[in-house]
Design a protein around this ligand. Structure first.
Ligand code: RTP
Ligand code: MG
Length: 147
């Protein structure tokens, strides 16, 4: 089944949103198969955001994402990559529709609460950057067939 990497950024952790955000993905029907509260290293941050290396905001982005604890998660489900991106909303909260996470909780692009992988290739790379294989659990949920 498809997997994605979601990460509640330092602003989301500081604002006490972990529980509410986890709830949204559980309510949708996705399965949490790994999670941890962690302060990510500069190296992990630079690898994670490597596609933005040449952008003017790269330094600020790495500084922000390493500035405090994040809540790193791996979620599983059919089409979880695209569906969780839809739940997260557009990068700039000005464009993010109400009802999306960024639409509901964010005001500025720099503090946009949560990250979600944007493709199967990114998901695989990002999961490997933050989790060891043994930190991900496979477990049956009897109600899964109703989702
Ligand atoms: P993310 O990777 O964090 O899930 O966000 P995203 O896919 O929606 O957006 P992306 O283009 O990958 O940008 C990564 C993060 O960089 C910051 N950013 N700042 N100042 C700016 O113009 C700017 N553009 C992007 C945001 O924090 C964005 O989430
Ligand atoms: Mg991105």
């Amino acid at each position: 089944m498809e997997k994605t990497f979601l990460m509640i950024k330092p602003d989301g952790v500081q604002r006490g949103l972990i529980g509410r955000l986890v709830q949204r993905f559980e309510d949708k029907g996705f399965q949490l198969i790994g999670s941890k509260l962690m302060v990510i290293t500069k190296e992990q941050a630079e690898t994670h955001y490597a596609e933005h290396k040449e952008k003017p905001f790269f330094g600020e982005l790495v500084q922000f994402i390493t500035s405090g604890p994040v809540f790193a998660m791996v979620w599983q489900g059919d089409n979880v990559i695209a569906l969780s991106r839809a739940m997260i909303g557009k990068t700039n909260p000005l464009d993010a529709a109400p009802g999306t996470i960024r639409g509901d909780y964010a005001v500025h692009t720099g503090n946009n609460i949560i990250h979600g992988s944007d493709s199967p290739e990114s998901a695989e790379r990002e999961i490997a950057n933050f989790f060891k294989p043994e930190e991900l659990l496979a477990y049956d949920r009897p109600l899964q067939s109703w989702i």
